[in-house]
Design a protein around this ligand. Structure first.
Ligand code: AP5
Length: 217
């Protein structure tokens, strides 16, 4: 049983690594960003509320995210643990999470801003299964088509330059302080990226090693 939080700026690789770690650990990945995108696609009440914030690169209000996450964590598949990708993102969310569940470890992805901007501008995602690609270093085998399910790849609305800039600003203001918060709780592990072409598998191995050293797996 292990409960993990992936923390890091937009484009740091939270989704890329979480989706590779999850099958190794036999636990689900829960991405609040993905949950919102699904809600927007299905035009639900949550989706309607979240859309305007997401497109501008702003955070969705805490009460909406916290309620959505609470409901997701009640599902049976989280009994043996989970990986949270994109939650918490504010101090209020971190405190709310403590009321809902005990987190074992926070994996902080330390990535320089110039790498992030290049990666986000070149990111593509599958409309059908959500798999993440990159036109620079993680290309699909066939242009525009998902290797895993044959779905169509698209560019997220919030991966346009203006929204990227705003997401990075919001991250520094609202989410970056969580590093200190989790250091003080003795829960933070830092995984550093210095080169844009570091293969995801290499970083995932580093994370697995760190989890072993902490006695969590
Ligand atoms: P969300 O979907 O969580 O976006 P984000 O945090 O901005 O994170 P990203 O998905 O952009 O980046 P990532 O770190 O997962 O990077 P990825 O693995 O894709 O949230 C979207 C929006 O929803 C938010 O802006 C907000 O409005 C709202 N929201 C969500 N949660 C919320 C919350 N808790 N509170 C309030 N609002 C919330 O990697 C990026 C690219 O790099 C990819 O192309 C990938 O292929 C590439 N890449 C990564 N690592 C490597 C590598 N090692 N080698 C090669 N390429 C790599």
């Amino acid at each position: 049983m292990v409960k993990i939080v992936m923390l890091g700026p937009p484009g740091a690789g939270k989704g890329t690594y979480a989706t590779r770690l999850a099958p190794k650990l036999g636990i689900p990945t829960i991405s609040t960003g993905e949950l919102f995108r699904e809600n927007i696609k299905n035009n639900t009440e949550i989706g309607k509320k979240a859309k305007e914030y997401i497109e501008k690169g702003e955070l969705v209000p805490d009460e909406i995210v916290i309620e959505m996450l609470k409901q997701r964590l009640q599902k049976d598949d989280t009994k043996n643990g989970f990986i949270l990708d994109g939650f918490p993102r504010t101090l209020e969310q971190a405190k709310a999470l403590e009321e809902i569940s005990d987190i074992d470890v926070v994996i902080y992805l330390d990535v320089p801003e110039e790498i992030i901007i290049k990666r986000l501008s070149a990111r593509r995602q599958c409309k059908k299964c959500g798999a993440i690609y990159n036109l620079l270093y993680l290309k699909p085998k066939v242009d525009g088509i998902c290797d895993k399910c044959g779905g169509e790849l698209y560019q997220r609305d919030d991966d346009k330059p203006e929204a990227i800039k705003e997401r990075l600003r919001v991250y520094e203001e609202k989410t970056a302080p969580l590093k200190e918060y989790y250091i003080n709780k003795g829960k933070l592990i830092t995984i550093k990226t210095t080169k844009i072409d570091t293969p995801p598998e290499e970083q995932v191995e580093k994370i697995m090693e760190a989890l072993k050293q902490k006695g969590l797996i």
